[in-house]
Design a protein around this ligand. Structure first.
Ligand code: CU
Length: 303
């Protein structure tokens, strides 16, 4: 049946339904359900045990130990859908979408209460996930074995990349241990990039880490091909300000080219370009002491 066959009232109803986001089409708003759990994991900041640039070696007693991270699960937390990693799962949505993040605390190691607090999206106070003694509700200090669903909305002002992190009573040690991740929100009809790279800059165990790892051979190697539309989602957590730099590339910020951009705690940004520069390029924090403490990686572009 076409809209024409429905008459004016039918067409009006279709317009109303489309406005509510109930019609199935690529452009319609969706409700996205994500299952996440806080899980204890043995994490090594320098799995290779060495910094190949200086030849310095590090004992496992310095680089490895227990921590808690966010891990992606399937519906009802039956099975993990990805490895336990830093940062936590990239939560994707489009402007207009509702995002239901079902969070369960499986921290059987430290047995701390945890939460999820999201930047960049809209939510009622109950979904703020920030512990306020005597005021906040169950979503702010989810105890081990308990669960909470955060109800979020991606508004027009939510397009871009945003951090989420633990804001429960143990947030200091949780964030230092890697309890953070990112939201990636596209505009309503924006074309998704061919490659999307998540870069979380933070200190951990005295090292300066990218996605919880330090030094070449441990930090992520991001890969693309000439012609790809690439997007970098960059954030920082912890106590330090960083300067994100990619060799051999520039991007526009408010129409002005740049190749270094500062990012402080819980700040985030995206940069995008169409790739045309084959090579094995450094990306790193340009604070020299941070770079030498591990905050450096490789971006490999093939023809
Ligand atoms: Cu830095």
């Amino acid at each position: 049946m076409t809209a024409g066959a429905l008459g004016r009232r039918g067409r009006r109803m279709i317009v109303a339904l489309a406005a509510l986001g109930t019609l199935a089409s690529p452009a319609a708003a969706a409700t996205r359900n994500v299952w996440v759990a806080a899980v204890p994991v043995q994490w090594d900041v320098v799995p290779s045990g060495t910094d190949p640039m200086t030849g310095t070696t590090y004992p496992k007693s310095q680089t490895a130990g227990w921590t808690v991270v966010y891990r992606l699960y399937d519906r009802g937390w039956r099975h993990p859908r990805a490895g336990a990693a830093i940062p936590g799962p990239l939560i994707r949505a489009r402007v207009g979408d509702r995002i239901l993040v079902h969070f369960k605390n499986l921290d059987t190691h430290f047995r701390n209460a945890h939460s999820m607090h999201f930047h960049g999206v809209h939510y009622a106070f109950a979904s703020d996930g920030s512990y306020i003694p005597g005021i906040s509700g169950p979503g702010a200090d989810v105890r081990p074995g308990q669960a909470f669903t955060y109800r979020l909305l991606a508004g027009r002002d939510s397009a871009g990349a945003w951090p989420y992190h633990d804001h429960g009573p143990a947030m200091d040690e949780s964030i230092a241990g890697g309890m953070y991740g990112m939201l990636s929100i596209l505009r309503r009809k924006e074309r998704a990039p061919d490659r999307e790279f998540v870069v979380a800059l933070s200190s951990m165990r005295g090292f300066m880490t990218i996605n919880g790892r330090a030094f070449l051979g441990n930090t992520p190697v991001f890969r693309s091909r000439v012609g790809d539309r690439v997007r970098w989602d960059v954030m920082a957590m912890g106590d330090d300000f960083h300067t994100f730099h990619v060799h051999g590339h520039r991007w526009l910020r408010d129409g002005v080219p740049e190749d270094v951009r500062s990012v402080g705690p819980a700040e985030s940004f995206t940069v995008s370009w169409r790739e045309r520069s084959p090579g094995a390029w450094y990306y790193h924090c340009h604070v020299e002491s941070h770079m030498m403490a591990g905050m450096i990686g490789l971006y490999v572009v093939r023809r």
